[in-house]
Design a protein. Structure first.
Length: 116
């Protein structure tokens, strides 16, 4: 991908990951295809700026080649799956961590809603 387009993707959410919302440095940004390449669309449609989101490494890795809807479903149950881990139960008992449900909205959706 050309630097100009990559910079355009980075600036789409002012240097934030479109999913979790954390600030990312340009050099650390990964470009995520909202509609994954594996769905077999025409290449030009997949590479259109509307289909590209800035992503941190962790979100891009966890989303993999899933759609946004599948990614959301995985995250909506994450608190339950994490809580099953023994070490997390210990950490909760000692007040080291607090696990809460996610509201189901990605950063890019919150930003969109703010601007509407």
């Amino acid at each position: 991908m050309k630097k100009e387009k990559r910079l355009q993707v980075y600036n789409k959410y002012n240097g934030h990951c479109a999913y979790c919302g954390k600030e990312i440095e340009y050099k650390d940004m990964q470009v995520d295809h909202i509609i994954p390449k594996r769905q077999g669309w025409a290449l030009d449609e997949l590479e259109n700026i509307e289909n590209l989101n800035p992503s941190c490494r962790r979100c891009n890795h966890y989303k993999r080649a899933w759609s946004v809807d599948v990614f959301r479903k995985l995250l909506l149950t994450l608190h339950k799956r994490v809580r099953e881990q023994y070490i997390c139960k210990v950490a909760e008992d000692y007040g080291i961590i607090t696990i809460k449900e996610w509201d189901g909205k990605f950063y890019f959706e919150k930003e969109r809603d703010k601007n509407n």
